[in-house]
Design a protein around this ligand. Structure first.
Ligand SMILES: NC(=O)c1ccc[n+]([C@@H]2O[C@H](COP(=O)([O-])OP(=O)(O)OC[C@H]3O[C@@H](n4cnc5c(N)ncnc54)[C@H](O)[C@@H]3O)[C@@H](O)[C@H]2O)c1
Length: 377
């Protein structure tokens, strides 16, 4: 479908969604410098990759994870390698609300400008036991409640992270509402939420039912939220990696995908850096996988191709057209929300400032509860 923001059914302008990505333009890492970025599940795999790249780019990066020893060591090693003094590890269990509350509060406290520019909801796990599809002991007097550990981390954890991000990002000092017209060079402060869903968010993975359900849910969360986070001036983007070689992938799966079906962690990091470093990218989603031939249609939309087209790419846009052709009810809700934002205008800004001052006062009188482990160089 052709992009026509002027068309009757499109709310692309109203929700401030940015135009299709030009993936041929290089990413400028300099734009992450001095940003404060939080990564959940940052001690391994993608999180570790993001951490290393943005730490090298001069950002303040705070990772929260349950693997304390690994996270602590990672931060120490990268701090030594890069000379960046603003790298931190904090214990954070995303399934525990209070743990995430403490994580965000501690991050704001250690952030040089006392605010958060970007939150990456990355923590995740797969079902290694297949318990969901293999009910046991149902003939016992008290059949055990099934454990939904994967949903707890991948969905509930990401929803806690989102809720806290929607609280803290608009309070980022000196930040202004995210917009497709933001100039990356002059946008010092940001309000960005990045979701890490999966190929399992857009299609099934046999044997990973609970994981697939959790990642589909995350896609739903993203598709809905990106129509409304403009109210907070927050931009939201999403990555859906396919199978990528990280510790998450089990040995049997790695064997199954050997010979080119596994993507590279570096491509996921590159895609995330494009989002994080570009404040003008709002409401877009990228699928990242092994490099494959691509071709574009007459509307300029790219897709994977069986033909040898001469151009190979590891990433491609998905779900970008949700809000180009909408139903009446959707348009009415979005336009009403937009009117509220317009009316709120300066009054809303004034109220937000008052809230921020009140929060600061409250924090000064409340004893600060630090997370379990914190490392600062
Ligand atoms: N590797 C892939 O092929 C792939 C593909 C698509 C999506 N993903 C998603 O990418 C994200 C990162 O995965 P990865 O491949 O880097 O895996 P990984 O196992 O290397 O990293 C996941 C991190 O999350 C942390 N974590 C798990 N439970 C947590 C909790 N309760 N609280 C805080 N941290 C917790 C782990 O300790 C680990 O450091 C996950 O959301 C995953 O579902 C991975």
């Amino acid at each position: 479908m052709a992009i026509d923001p002027g068309q009757k059914y499109s709310v692309v302008d109203t929700i401030r969604q940015s135009p299709p990505l030009d993936l041929s333009t290089p990413v400028d890492d300099a734009w992450v410098k001095d940003k404060t970025i939080l990564i959940t599940g940052g001690a391994s795999g993608f999180g570790e990759g993001f951490f290393r790249r943005w730490a090298a780019g001069g950002a303040t990066v705070v990772i929260g994870d349950i693997t304390v020893e690994r996270g602590d060591k990672l931060v120490r090693d990268v701090a030594r390698e890069t000379g960046n003094k603003n790298l931190h590890f904090l214990h954070c269990d995303v399934t525990d609300w209070q743990s995430q509350v403490d994580f965000f509060k501690a991050a704001v406290k250690i952030s040089p400008h006392k605010g958060i520019d970007c939150v990456v909801a990355n923590a995740g796990k797969i079902d290694t036991k297949g318990t969901f599809e293999n009910p046991r002991d149902l003939d016992s007097l008290t059949p055990p409640t099934p454990a939904f550990g994967v949903l707890d981390v991948n969905l509930k954890g990401a929803m806690y992270t989102t809720h806290l991000a929607l609280f803290w990002l608009p309070r980022n000092p000196s930040s202004i509402a995210a917009s497709p017209t933001s100039d990356p060079v002059n946008t010092k402060r940001d309000r960005h939420l990045l979701f890490i869903s999966s190929l399992a968010g857009i299609g099934p993975i046999p044997g990973q039912t609970e994981y697939t359900a959790s990642k589909h849910a995350l896609v739903g969360l993203y598709r809905s939220l990106r129509a409304t986070t403009f109210r907070h001036g927050v931009r939201i983007n999403m990555l859906c990696p396919s199978h990528i070689a990280t510790p998450l992938q089990t040995a049997p799966l790695r064997m199954l995908l050997a010979g080119g079906s596994m993507g590279e962690c570096d491509d996921v990091v590159e895609a995330a850096t494009r989002f994080v470093a570009s404040p003008q990218i709002v409401g877009r989603a990228l699928l990242v996988g092994p490099k494959m031939s691509v071709e574009s249609d007459s509307d300029g939309h790219w897709s994977w191709s069986d033909k040898q087209t001469g151009e190979e790419r590891a990433m491609m846009e998905i779900f970008a057209h949700d809000w180009e052709e909408t139903e009446t009810s959707q348009r009415r809700v979005i336009r009403a929300l937009n009117k509220v934002v317009e009316i709120k205008g300066w009054t809303g800004w004034f109220v937000d400032v008052l809230k921020a001052i009140r929060l600061k006062r409250k924090e000064n009188v409340t004893k600060f509860v630090p997370c379990l482990s914190e490392y600062k160089v």
